[in-house]
Ligand binder design. Structure first.
Ligand code: ACO
Length: 386
Protein backbone atom coordinates (compact mmCIF):
# COMPACT_ATOMS: atom_id res chain seq x y z
CA UNK A 1 0.00 0.00 0.00
CA UNK A 2 1.37 3.43 -0.92
CA UNK A 3 1.67 5.57 2.23
CA UNK A 4 -0.10 8.93 2.05
CA UNK A 5 2.23 11.64 0.79
CA UNK A 6 3.63 13.54 3.72
CA UNK A 7 3.61 16.78 1.71
CA UNK A 8 -0.06 16.63 0.64
CA UNK A 9 -2.01 19.71 1.64
CA UNK A 10 -5.76 19.98 1.64
CA UNK A 11 -7.02 22.67 -0.72
CA UNK A 12 -10.11 24.69 0.26
CA UNK A 13 -13.40 23.37 -1.06
CA UNK A 14 -13.94 24.55 -4.63
CA UNK A 15 -10.29 25.74 -4.62
CA UNK A 16 -11.63 29.08 -3.36
CA UNK A 17 -8.86 31.68 -3.00
CA UNK A 18 -6.17 29.08 -3.79
CA UNK A 19 -3.38 30.33 -6.05
CA UNK A 20 -2.81 27.62 -8.65
CA UNK A 21 -0.65 29.34 -11.28
CA UNK A 22 1.30 32.43 -12.23
CA UNK A 23 -0.20 34.45 -15.05
CA UNK A 24 0.61 37.65 -16.92
CA UNK A 25 -2.78 37.76 -18.63
CA UNK A 26 -4.86 39.56 -16.04
CA UNK A 27 -6.58 39.50 -12.67
CA UNK A 28 -9.64 40.59 -10.70
CA UNK A 29 -9.51 42.65 -7.48
CA UNK A 30 -12.84 41.99 -5.81
CA UNK A 31 -12.60 44.44 -2.92
CA UNK A 32 -11.63 47.33 -5.21
CA UNK A 33 -14.03 46.52 -8.03
CA UNK A 34 -11.22 46.43 -10.57
CA UNK A 35 -10.02 43.97 -13.19
CA UNK A 36 -7.28 44.19 -15.76
CA UNK A 37 -6.02 42.70 -19.01
CA UNK A 38 -2.23 42.48 -18.90
CA UNK A 39 -1.18 45.74 -17.19
CA UNK A 40 -4.17 47.84 -18.32
CA UNK A 41 -7.57 48.49 -16.76
CA UNK A 42 -10.01 46.34 -18.74
CA UNK A 43 -12.69 49.03 -18.52
CA UNK A 44 -10.33 51.69 -19.86
CA UNK A 45 -9.44 49.38 -22.75
CA UNK A 46 -13.16 48.92 -23.50
CA UNK A 47 -13.58 52.69 -23.61
CA UNK A 48 -10.45 53.63 -25.53
CA UNK A 49 -9.54 50.72 -27.82
CA UNK A 50 -11.08 48.47 -30.43
CA UNK A 51 -11.78 44.82 -29.72
CA UNK A 52 -9.11 43.88 -32.25
CA UNK A 53 -6.53 45.90 -30.30
CA UNK A 54 -7.43 44.07 -27.09
CA UNK A 55 -7.43 40.72 -28.88
CA UNK A 56 -3.90 41.52 -30.08
CA UNK A 57 -2.91 42.57 -26.54
CA UNK A 58 -4.17 39.32 -25.05
CA UNK A 59 -2.36 37.11 -27.55
CA UNK A 60 0.81 39.13 -28.14
CA UNK A 61 1.25 40.65 -24.69
CA UNK A 62 1.29 44.29 -25.87
CA UNK A 63 -0.99 46.75 -27.64
CA UNK A 64 -0.50 47.06 -31.40
CA UNK A 65 0.80 50.10 -33.24
CA UNK A 66 -1.44 51.49 -35.99
CA UNK A 67 0.47 49.49 -38.61
CA UNK A 68 0.29 46.32 -36.50
CA UNK A 69 -3.45 46.84 -36.03
CA UNK A 70 -3.94 46.97 -39.82
CA UNK A 71 -1.82 43.87 -40.36
CA UNK A 72 -3.71 42.02 -37.64
CA UNK A 73 -7.09 42.91 -39.15
CA UNK A 74 -5.87 41.72 -42.57
CA UNK A 75 -4.56 38.52 -41.03
CA UNK A 76 -7.73 37.68 -39.06
CA UNK A 77 -10.48 38.75 -41.52
CA UNK A 78 -10.14 35.71 -43.83
CA UNK A 79 -10.03 33.39 -40.81
CA UNK A 80 -13.67 34.27 -40.09
CA UNK A 81 -14.79 32.18 -43.08
CA UNK A 82 -16.16 28.75 -42.17
CA UNK A 83 -14.08 25.93 -43.73
CA UNK A 84 -16.23 24.11 -46.36
CA UNK A 85 -16.19 20.74 -44.56
CA UNK A 86 -17.40 22.36 -41.37
CA UNK A 87 -20.04 24.41 -43.20
CA UNK A 88 -21.44 21.21 -44.68
CA UNK A 89 -21.98 19.70 -41.23
CA UNK A 90 -23.47 22.79 -39.54
CA UNK A 91 -27.11 22.15 -40.58
CA UNK A 92 -26.98 18.79 -38.79
CA UNK A 93 -25.55 20.39 -35.64
CA UNK A 94 -28.08 23.24 -35.78
CA UNK A 95 -30.98 20.84 -36.15
CA UNK A 96 -32.93 20.42 -32.95
CA UNK A 97 -35.95 22.72 -33.12
CA UNK A 98 -36.73 24.24 -29.74
CA UNK A 99 -34.27 21.87 -28.08
CA UNK A 100 -31.43 23.73 -29.83
CA UNK A 101 -28.93 25.14 -27.33
CA UNK A 102 -26.54 27.54 -29.12
CA UNK A 103 -23.63 26.98 -26.73
CA UNK A 104 -23.88 23.20 -27.01
CA UNK A 105 -24.00 23.48 -30.79
CA UNK A 106 -20.96 25.78 -30.71
CA UNK A 107 -19.04 23.28 -28.57
CA UNK A 108 -19.70 20.60 -31.19
CA UNK A 109 -18.78 22.90 -34.09
CA UNK A 110 -15.50 24.00 -32.46
CA UNK A 111 -14.52 20.39 -31.87
CA UNK A 112 -15.33 19.55 -35.48
CA UNK A 113 -13.34 22.57 -36.71
CA UNK A 114 -10.20 21.56 -34.82
CA UNK A 115 -10.55 18.03 -36.18
CA UNK A 116 -11.19 19.21 -39.74
CA UNK A 117 -8.30 21.67 -39.70
CA UNK A 118 -6.08 18.93 -38.28
CA UNK A 119 -4.95 20.79 -35.16
CA UNK A 120 -2.02 18.93 -33.67
CA UNK A 121 -1.46 18.31 -29.94
CA UNK A 122 -0.01 21.34 -28.18
CA UNK A 123 2.88 19.16 -27.11
CA UNK A 124 3.92 18.63 -30.75
CA UNK A 125 3.44 22.23 -31.96
CA UNK A 126 5.84 25.13 -32.17
CA UNK A 127 4.72 28.51 -30.83
CA UNK A 128 3.87 29.80 -34.32
CA UNK A 129 1.52 26.92 -35.10
CA UNK A 130 -0.15 27.26 -31.71
CA UNK A 131 -0.71 30.97 -32.27
CA UNK A 132 -2.17 30.25 -35.72
CA UNK A 133 -4.58 27.66 -34.28
CA UNK A 134 -5.63 30.00 -31.48
CA UNK A 135 -6.14 32.93 -33.85
CA UNK A 136 -8.22 30.77 -36.18
CA UNK A 137 -10.62 29.66 -33.43
CA UNK A 138 -10.98 33.20 -32.05
CA UNK A 139 -11.80 34.55 -35.52
CA UNK A 140 -14.15 31.73 -36.45
CA UNK A 141 -16.22 31.39 -33.28
CA UNK A 142 -18.59 34.35 -33.91
CA UNK A 143 -19.24 33.06 -37.46
CA UNK A 144 -19.96 29.53 -36.23
CA UNK A 145 -22.26 30.77 -33.52
CA UNK A 146 -24.33 33.10 -35.70
CA UNK A 147 -24.50 30.53 -38.53
CA UNK A 148 -25.78 27.86 -36.13
CA UNK A 149 -28.39 30.21 -34.73
CA UNK A 150 -29.68 31.19 -38.17
CA UNK A 151 -29.67 27.64 -39.51
CA UNK A 152 -31.74 26.49 -36.55
CA UNK A 153 -34.33 29.11 -37.47
CA UNK A 154 -34.39 27.95 -41.08
CA UNK A 155 -32.41 31.02 -42.25
CA UNK A 156 -29.29 31.07 -44.41
CA UNK A 157 -26.06 31.89 -42.57
CA UNK A 158 -24.75 35.37 -43.32
CA UNK A 159 -21.09 35.21 -44.36
CA UNK A 160 -18.71 37.56 -42.51
CA UNK A 161 -18.47 41.09 -43.88
CA UNK A 162 -14.84 41.62 -44.94
CA UNK A 163 -14.95 45.34 -44.14
CA UNK A 164 -16.73 45.33 -40.78
CA UNK A 165 -14.82 45.16 -37.50
CA UNK A 166 -15.45 42.41 -34.95
CA UNK A 167 -18.44 43.87 -33.05
CA UNK A 168 -20.29 45.24 -36.08
CA UNK A 169 -19.64 42.03 -38.00
CA UNK A 170 -21.12 39.98 -35.13
CA UNK A 171 -24.41 41.89 -35.29
CA UNK A 172 -24.32 41.77 -39.10
CA UNK A 173 -23.90 37.99 -39.19
CA UNK A 174 -26.66 37.56 -36.61
CA UNK A 175 -29.28 39.82 -38.20
CA UNK A 176 -28.21 40.07 -41.85
CA UNK A 177 -28.25 43.90 -41.68
CA UNK A 178 -25.38 46.32 -41.15
CA UNK A 179 -25.89 47.64 -37.60
CA UNK A 180 -26.17 51.27 -36.57
CA UNK A 181 -22.72 52.46 -35.45
CA UNK A 182 -23.94 53.11 -31.86
CA UNK A 183 -25.17 49.52 -31.59
CA UNK A 184 -21.95 48.18 -33.09
CA UNK A 185 -19.87 50.20 -30.62
CA UNK A 186 -22.05 49.17 -27.64
CA UNK A 187 -21.65 45.49 -28.48
CA UNK A 188 -17.95 45.92 -29.14
CA UNK A 189 -17.56 47.39 -25.64
CA UNK A 190 -19.58 44.58 -24.09
CA UNK A 191 -17.61 41.90 -25.97
CA UNK A 192 -14.32 43.52 -24.98
CA UNK A 193 -15.37 43.59 -21.32
CA UNK A 194 -15.96 39.83 -21.29
CA UNK A 195 -12.71 38.67 -22.93
CA UNK A 196 -11.14 37.59 -19.64
CA UNK A 197 -11.97 37.61 -15.94
CA UNK A 198 -9.43 35.90 -13.75
CA UNK A 199 -8.97 32.22 -13.14
CA UNK A 200 -12.60 31.23 -13.47
CA UNK A 201 -13.86 27.68 -14.09
CA UNK A 202 -13.77 27.72 -17.90
CA UNK A 203 -10.35 29.38 -18.03
CA UNK A 204 -9.00 26.84 -15.57
CA UNK A 205 -10.55 24.06 -17.67
CA UNK A 206 -8.78 25.35 -20.79
CA UNK A 207 -5.48 25.39 -18.92
CA UNK A 208 -5.93 21.91 -17.47
CA UNK A 209 -6.66 20.46 -20.92
CA UNK A 210 -3.71 22.33 -22.44
CA UNK A 211 -1.47 20.99 -19.69
CA UNK A 212 -2.11 17.45 -20.94
CA UNK A 213 -0.64 18.42 -24.32
CA UNK A 214 -4.00 18.08 -26.13
CA UNK A 215 -4.78 20.41 -29.05
CA UNK A 216 -6.16 23.95 -28.82
CA UNK A 217 -9.55 22.74 -30.06
CA UNK A 218 -9.83 20.31 -27.15
CA UNK A 219 -9.06 23.09 -24.67
CA UNK A 220 -11.64 25.48 -26.14
CA UNK A 221 -14.29 22.76 -26.49
CA UNK A 222 -13.81 21.89 -22.81
CA UNK A 223 -13.92 25.54 -21.78
CA UNK A 224 -17.23 26.05 -23.63
CA UNK A 225 -18.57 23.00 -21.80
CA UNK A 226 -17.59 24.55 -18.46
CA UNK A 227 -19.16 27.88 -19.38
CA UNK A 228 -22.43 26.19 -20.35
CA UNK A 229 -23.11 25.39 -16.69
CA UNK A 230 -25.62 27.83 -15.13
CA UNK A 231 -23.36 28.49 -12.14
CA UNK A 232 -20.70 29.89 -14.45
CA UNK A 233 -22.21 31.18 -17.69
CA UNK A 234 -25.17 32.51 -15.75
CA UNK A 235 -28.04 33.89 -17.72
CA UNK A 236 -28.30 37.59 -18.50
CA UNK A 237 -31.67 36.74 -20.01
CA UNK A 238 -32.91 35.88 -16.52
CA UNK A 239 -32.33 39.45 -15.36
CA UNK A 240 -34.52 40.71 -18.20
CA UNK A 241 -37.13 38.08 -17.46
CA UNK A 242 -37.21 39.47 -13.93
CA UNK A 243 -37.86 42.96 -15.31
CA UNK A 244 -40.72 41.48 -17.35
CA UNK A 245 -42.15 39.85 -14.24
CA UNK A 246 -41.89 43.05 -12.18
CA UNK A 247 -43.69 44.82 -15.02
CA UNK A 248 -43.77 48.28 -13.41
CA UNK A 249 -41.08 49.97 -11.30
CA UNK A 250 -43.68 50.65 -8.60
CA UNK A 251 -44.03 46.89 -8.13
CA UNK A 252 -40.29 46.39 -7.66
CA UNK A 253 -40.07 46.83 -3.87
CA UNK A 254 -42.86 44.34 -3.07
CA UNK A 255 -41.73 41.89 -5.76
CA UNK A 256 -38.15 41.81 -4.50
CA UNK A 257 -39.10 41.48 -0.83
CA UNK A 258 -41.41 38.61 -1.69
CA UNK A 259 -38.72 36.85 -3.77
CA UNK A 260 -36.06 37.17 -1.03
CA UNK A 261 -38.55 36.00 1.63
CA UNK A 262 -39.13 32.90 -0.49
CA UNK A 263 -35.35 32.28 -0.56
CA UNK A 264 -34.94 33.31 -4.21
CA UNK A 265 -31.85 35.00 -5.67
CA UNK A 266 -32.34 38.28 -7.49
CA UNK A 267 -30.80 37.74 -10.91
CA UNK A 268 -28.05 40.13 -11.96
CA UNK A 269 -27.03 40.93 -8.37
CA UNK A 270 -24.22 39.61 -6.18
CA UNK A 271 -20.85 38.20 -7.17
CA UNK A 272 -18.45 35.62 -5.78
CA UNK A 273 -15.43 37.93 -6.07
CA UNK A 274 -16.70 41.54 -6.13
CA UNK A 275 -17.63 43.03 -2.77
CA UNK A 276 -18.40 46.35 -4.37
CA UNK A 277 -19.97 47.32 -7.70
CA UNK A 278 -18.90 45.09 -10.58
CA UNK A 279 -16.89 47.47 -12.85
CA UNK A 280 -18.48 45.83 -15.89
CA UNK A 281 -21.93 46.73 -14.55
CA UNK A 282 -20.86 50.37 -14.09
CA UNK A 283 -19.56 50.54 -17.66
CA UNK A 284 -22.55 48.75 -19.17
CA UNK A 285 -24.97 51.00 -17.28
CA UNK A 286 -23.25 53.94 -18.96
CA UNK A 287 -23.42 52.20 -22.35
CA UNK A 288 -27.12 51.47 -21.80
CA UNK A 289 -27.76 55.10 -20.83
CA UNK A 290 -26.08 56.26 -24.06
CA UNK A 291 -28.33 53.95 -26.06
CA UNK A 292 -31.34 55.20 -24.09
CA UNK A 293 -34.90 53.93 -23.98
CA UNK A 294 -37.67 53.14 -21.50
CA UNK A 295 -36.06 49.86 -20.53
CA UNK A 296 -32.93 51.68 -19.29
CA UNK A 297 -34.89 53.98 -17.01
CA UNK A 298 -36.91 51.03 -15.76
CA UNK A 299 -33.77 48.94 -15.15
CA UNK A 300 -32.12 51.78 -13.22
CA UNK A 301 -35.13 52.20 -10.95
CA UNK A 302 -35.29 48.47 -10.31
CA UNK A 303 -31.54 48.38 -9.66
CA UNK A 304 -31.78 51.07 -6.98
CA UNK A 305 -34.67 49.24 -5.33
CA UNK A 306 -32.89 45.86 -5.38
CA UNK A 307 -29.70 47.29 -3.86
CA UNK A 308 -31.67 49.06 -1.10
CA UNK A 309 -33.91 46.09 -0.31
CA UNK A 310 -30.99 43.61 -0.26
CA UNK A 311 -29.00 45.95 2.00
CA UNK A 312 -31.95 45.91 4.39
CA UNK A 313 -32.80 42.19 4.17
CA UNK A 314 -29.20 40.90 3.89
CA UNK A 315 -27.26 43.33 6.08
CA UNK A 316 -23.48 43.21 5.78
CA UNK A 317 -23.52 41.09 2.59
CA UNK A 318 -22.59 43.93 0.21
CA UNK A 319 -24.66 42.80 -2.78
CA UNK A 320 -24.49 45.00 -5.86
CA UNK A 321 -25.34 44.78 -9.55
CA UNK A 322 -23.21 42.29 -11.50
CA UNK A 323 -22.29 42.23 -15.20
CA UNK A 324 -25.40 40.31 -16.19
CA UNK A 325 -28.00 42.93 -15.31
CA UNK A 326 -26.97 45.63 -17.78
CA UNK A 327 -25.45 43.13 -20.25
CA UNK A 328 -29.01 41.90 -20.81
CA UNK A 329 -30.29 45.45 -21.25
CA UNK A 330 -27.51 46.40 -23.70
CA UNK A 331 -27.89 43.23 -25.78
CA UNK A 332 -31.67 43.64 -25.93
CA UNK A 333 -31.27 47.25 -27.10
CA UNK A 334 -28.85 46.11 -29.82
CA UNK A 335 -31.28 43.50 -31.13
CA UNK A 336 -29.57 40.35 -29.86
CA UNK A 337 -32.14 37.65 -29.14
CA UNK A 338 -32.26 36.53 -25.49
CA UNK A 339 -31.32 33.01 -26.43
CA UNK A 340 -28.00 34.32 -27.72
CA UNK A 341 -27.04 36.31 -24.62
CA UNK A 342 -24.71 33.76 -22.98
CA UNK A 343 -23.34 32.53 -26.36
CA UNK A 344 -22.48 36.16 -27.22
CA UNK A 345 -20.50 36.32 -23.98
CA UNK A 346 -18.72 33.09 -25.02
CA UNK A 347 -17.82 34.39 -28.47
CA UNK A 348 -15.26 36.88 -27.18
CA UNK A 349 -14.28 34.87 -24.08
CA UNK A 350 -12.62 32.47 -26.55
CA UNK A 351 -9.92 35.14 -26.92
CA UNK A 352 -9.20 35.02 -23.18
CA UNK A 353 -9.19 31.23 -23.15
CA UNK A 354 -6.76 31.17 -26.07
CA UNK A 355 -4.42 33.63 -24.33
CA UNK A 356 -4.38 31.25 -21.36
CA UNK A 357 -3.80 28.24 -23.62
CA UNK A 358 -0.75 29.94 -25.16
CA UNK A 359 0.57 30.97 -21.75
CA UNK A 360 0.10 27.47 -20.31
CA UNK A 361 1.78 25.89 -23.34
CA UNK A 362 4.75 28.26 -23.14
CA UNK A 363 5.76 26.96 -19.71
CA UNK A 364 3.82 23.76 -19.34
CA UNK A 365 3.47 21.43 -16.41
CA UNK A 366 0.81 18.71 -16.24
CA UNK A 367 -1.93 19.86 -13.84
CA UNK A 368 -2.64 16.81 -11.76
CA UNK A 369 -3.86 17.34 -8.19
CA UNK A 370 -4.86 14.57 -5.77
CA UNK A 371 -8.07 13.84 -3.92
CA UNK A 372 -8.52 12.50 -0.41
CA UNK A 373 -10.13 9.08 -0.56
CA UNK A 374 -13.08 8.95 1.88
CA UNK A 375 -14.67 5.56 1.00
CA UNK A 376 -14.48 2.28 2.96
CA UNK A 377 -10.88 1.35 3.82
CA UNK A 378 -9.27 -0.64 0.98
CA UNK A 379 -8.44 -3.34 0.16
CA UNK A 380 -11.69 -5.17 0.99
CA UNK A 381 -12.19 -8.78 -0.09
CA UNK A 382 -13.95 -8.93 -3.47
CA UNK A 383 -17.26 -10.74 -2.93
CA UNK A 384 -18.24 -13.65 -5.17
CA UNK A 385 -21.13 -12.73 -7.52
CA UNK A 386 -24.41 -13.47 -5.70
N1 ACO B 1 -30.28 37.82 -4.31
C1 ACO B 1 -30.62 37.60 -3.02
N2 ACO B 1 -29.73 37.24 -2.07
C2 ACO B 1 -28.46 37.12 -2.46
C3 ACO B 1 -28.03 37.35 -3.78
C4 ACO B 1 -29.00 37.72 -4.72
N3 ACO B 1 -28.68 37.96 -5.98
N4 ACO B 1 -26.70 37.15 -3.85
C5 ACO B 1 -26.28 36.80 -2.64
N5 ACO B 1 -27.35 36.78 -1.78
C6 ACO B 1 -27.33 36.46 -0.37
C7 ACO B 1 -27.49 34.97 -0.15
O1 ACO B 1 -28.84 34.59 -0.04
C8 ACO B 1 -26.73 34.78 1.14
O2 ACO B 1 -27.57 35.17 2.20
P1 ACO B 1 -27.58 34.32 3.60
O3 ACO B 1 -26.17 34.41 4.10
O4 ACO B 1 -28.60 35.04 4.40
O5 ACO B 1 -27.96 32.92 3.21
C9 ACO B 1 -25.60 35.80 1.06
O6 ACO B 1 -26.06 36.80 0.17
C10 ACO B 1 -24.31 35.22 0.54
O7 ACO B 1 -24.61 34.36 -0.57
P2 ACO B 1 -23.52 33.45 -1.30
O8 ACO B 1 -24.18 32.61 -2.34
O9 ACO B 1 -22.67 32.76 -0.29
O10 ACO B 1 -22.67 34.60 -1.93
P3 ACO B 1 -21.75 34.52 -3.15
O11 ACO B 1 -21.03 35.79 -3.09
O12 ACO B 1 -20.96 33.30 -3.22
O13 ACO B 1 -22.82 34.52 -4.38
C11 ACO B 1 -23.67 34.53 -6.55
C12 ACO B 1 -22.49 34.86 -5.63
C13 ACO B 1 -23.81 33.01 -6.72
C14 ACO B 1 -23.40 35.17 -7.92
C15 ACO B 1 -24.97 35.13 -5.95
O14 ACO B 1 -24.81 36.49 -5.68
C16 ACO B 1 -26.19 34.89 -6.82
O15 ACO B 1 -26.79 33.81 -6.79
N6 ACO B 1 -26.61 35.91 -7.65
C17 ACO B 1 -27.76 35.79 -8.51
C18 ACO B 1 -27.41 35.07 -9.81
C19 ACO B 1 -26.54 35.89 -10.76
O16 ACO B 1 -26.78 37.07 -10.98
N7 ACO B 1 -25.51 35.23 -11.32
C20 ACO B 1 -24.57 35.84 -12.23
C21 ACO B 1 -23.28 36.15 -11.54
S1 ACO B 1 -22.18 37.08 -12.57
C22 ACO B 1 -21.35 35.92 -13.48
O17 ACO B 1 -21.30 34.79 -13.13
C23 ACO B 1 -20.69 36.29 -14.77
Amino acid sequence: MTPPQATATVAPRGLKNLLVADTQIGDVRGEEGFYHYRQYSAIELCEKRTLEDVWYLMLEGRLPSLAERETFIKETAPLREIPPDVAEALPVIAHGGDRFIPLDALRTAVSLTAYTLDFKPVLDCDAQTLRANALHLCALTPTLLTALYRLNRGERPVPPHPKLPYGANYLYMLTGAEPEPRHARAIEQYLTSTIDHGFNASTFTARVITSTGADVGAAITGAIGALSGPLHGGAPSRALEMLDLIGDPDNADAWIRDAVRHGKRIMGFGHRVYRTEDPRAIMLRRVAEELGGDIVEFAERVERTVVDVLAELKPGRRIYTNVEFYAGVVMELCGIPRRMFTPTFASSRVIGWCAHVLEQASDNVLIRPSARYTGPPPPQPIPDPA
